[in-house]
Ligand binder design. Structure first.
Ligand SMILES: [Zn+2]
Length: 240
């Protein structure tokens, strides 16, 4: 049995999927958890992931049935429910089901300037429409001497972890910022800027291509000092 939100501290458990009787989600956290991935207790084992894929595939088949799609008799569609379920669990929402990779930090003996990692590829999905969000993330922080710095590629890992779950760009920006801020507890500021195109704007609704959404979350020196803030945005320009 796949038990989601099986946390002793959480009360009022209710079945989320009564027909299958498999998934339980705490209703109080259902909406919060959607963007943050906290409605899963801990990373899932391969066995639990396979259980989830089987259940999701069954439900996606019913979704196609409801849309009048004869998927069972179409050679190109008969495995589609399983393909879609695997894509969600193993790729598109992998950040929900796997732990944040171990983030290596190192002692910082003398550097008190900005550390910038720009143009980090973002592949995500909007939680409103389940359409792709593709873009770039720019991250910077200012360490303190005799404190810690993050292994550089781990910043990319953090972006990947939070991007792979389905969120709105606003929340994703905050999640990445807060993650850096919590790993490097003693810092002089953290800045995150995301620029991305949303498929839900291009392929449905208004149907406009070429628009780009930009979001930023700045704290510490990036807010207090115009010079530091400008340096961050200059670094972004230079990194393109
Ligand atoms: Zn959307």
């Amino acid at each position: 049995m796949l038990n989601i939100m099986d946390n002793k501290n959480l009360k009022n458990m209710h079945p989320f999927s009564t027909s299958a009787g498999i998934i339980e989600i705490n209703p109080e956290l259902r909406n919060i958890g959607y963007a943050d991935g906290i409605n899963i207790e801990g990373p899932l084992s391969e066995e639990k992931k396979n259980e989830m894929i089987s259940l999701a595939a069954k439900k996606f088949g019913e979704f196609l049935d409801a849309l009048g799609c004869d998927w069972k008799n179409d050679p190109n569609s008969k495995e589609t429910p399983t393909r879609v379920a695997k894509a969600y669990v193993n790729d598109l929402w992998a950040g929900r089901y796997n732990a944040l990779p171990k983030i290596t930090t190192f002692p910082n003996l003398e550097y008190d300037g900005m550390i910038f990692q720009g143009n980090i590829p973002l592949i995500s999905m909007c939680s409103h429409h389940h359409q792709t969000i593709m873009g770039r993330v720019h991250v910077a922080y200012i360490p303190k001497i005799n404190q810690e710095i993050i292994g550089l590629s781990k910043i990319n890992r953090i972006v990947e972890h939070y991007g792979r779950r389905g969120a709105i760009q606003e929340n994703l920006t905050v999640r990445i910022h807060d993650s850096i801020n919590s790993i490097i507890k003693s810092n002089k500021g953290v800045a995150v800027m995301i620029e991305a195109t949303h498929n839900c704007v291009q392929c449905r609704g208004v149907g406009h291509s070429g628009t780009k959404m930009k979001t930023s979350k700045l704290t510490g020196d990036f807010i207090d000092s115009a010079k530091t803030r400008n340096e961050f945005y200059e670094f972004i320009k230079d990194s393109k």
